[in-house]
Design a protein around this ligand. Sequence first.
Ligand code: PG9
Length: 626
Amino acid sequence: AAPALAAPASPAERVTPMTPDIVDHYEQVLPSADFIRREAMVPMRDGTKLYTVIVMKKGTQGGPILLSRTPYDAHEATHRVASQRIVDILETMDAEFAQDGYIRVYQDIRGMHRSQGTYIMNRPLAGPLNDTGIDESTDAYDTIDWLVKNVPESNGKVGIIGSSYLGFTTLMAEINPHPALKAAVPESPMVDGWMGDDWFHNGAFRVSSLDYAVGQATNKGDGGGEFALGKGDDYTRWLKAGSMADFAESLGISKVPGVRKFVENPAYTDFWSLQAVDKWLAVRPLSVPTMLEVGQWDQEDSYGAPAVYRALEPKDKANDMVTLVIGPWRHSGANHGGSSLGALDFTGDTAREWRTRYLKPFFDHWLKGAPDPHTPPVVTYATGINQWQESPRWPMGGATPLYLDADGTAGFARPSGAGHTDYVSDPAHPVPFIPRPIDMGNAAQWKPWLVHDQRFVSGRPDMAEWQTATLDKPVHIMGAPEVDLYAATTGTDSDWVVKLIDVYPNDVPEPADQGGRPSMAGYELPIGIEIFRGRYAKSFARPEALKPGQVTHYRWALPNVNHVFLPGHRIKVEVQSSLFPLYDRNPQTFVPNIMTAKPADYRKATQSVWFGGSQASAIILPVTEP
Ligand code: PG9
């Protein structure tokens, strides 16, 4: 029999207890691996080189390129699991492509991780805010140009895909696109950070933006990225911290440019409005077939995809270039497992269903010349009845007011009387957005929070609620419900948070063993939650103090949904004036910049929501007939 180990040729080569244990190189990928992984520093027009990883199955010839441009580490995205199999090393959503001859490319954007150059968060398009001539659109162009010339296994066609920040870089590639870019799939793209994506929603600031900015700012140095806050309830922590500026000061982050960008620019001035990607796209030709995707319960970027759809649709004359997809997912959920979300169970892996039924055939057609799958203009998943629906346009529903009425009732008939419902909002006791203790960094709390049972706040004295009678027929909505609110405050500024809720019957038949999932009996499922900062009622750029006691008319949209409220359920509407600590607190006293409000500015106020008459508050539901 062969010896277990070959004997060294000479005694000098023998391993001894004192042989140093560090090796110069360890090749993790064996000759038996089913993939090739190459790294390149791809030169941009200004000489900056971007770290790019190219992965494909061995033997690939004439394959299309699927590109993602990321601030989150291209190396990591292509080394997910140490393995000899391509499906293991790449992200979950890459599996179907990797198996089918696609060449998968991930690139670190300028200034991030292994790439050279300067990182600027959501680098503005070259133009009024950026005089360098370099942006994510030129970098995408230069990258695609290099790839089609330097990846001999490719067929010269490139698609681009990615979620969130990668959704932003995907959209940027569509501006002055390289001719080899044949299709794009922006997933929950960050489009307008002030209007309704990551940083603010209708002017209310999302405190997690500070954490994100610091994480991005420090990922090249030794800063470690995370706030050194220790453990404990974030509700208590942020309450104690005071204003955003005070919090930043106490943590020593007030000089971080990303933090200053927020603190110094609370309103929708040119600083933000000139960065809105939907506005850039609206004034440019549409030349790349685009499938926009967003989750119905996207807790980070619910605004972007529908906004871009609205901007592009008028250019899509034959209604065959742009598709909008809305699935029953959390932020970026489309790229992962989609069988459930929080307490909700669907009919299967809805994310995989979308990827195999719609996404892959779309790319196969544009990048591989596969037969036209006739991708529908709109693909949405109707929650409540749990089925996919294809439609010719979006929104599909009309505008049916659901009126708020006396005594906590709501209904489709105009109220016969008029009046107001009052509550007291106290910034010293803001309404939590999920049950305490809150850990903003805990993914298990964060990802499904938008479907959290709302019974934990029902009946609080600092909010108002209205409910319909039990529905005797289904109410199907397809679009973005709109808040049409008439409200007054005794303060001079105020936040308004509106929730549209599907109240399940208390006696739903359920299996005895729920496998650990919460019971749906009496569940109060949020269909849409959105905030509006009162000072922006008249102008987003120039906030104004509210007049105490005077009724102001507010109008804003809840997220886009396809949902059926089933017979036996009720529809509930809640109004409150804080959603903490997801959003910073409104002091309820008008100050020039809420970010720098002083402790004495935070004051209680009595809030009045008006119903009936000429001030008939309502939620305008995009109801569609079956
Ligand atoms: N929502 C994240 C983000 C995108 C763009 C800017 C800032 C944050 C993300 O998931 O990438």
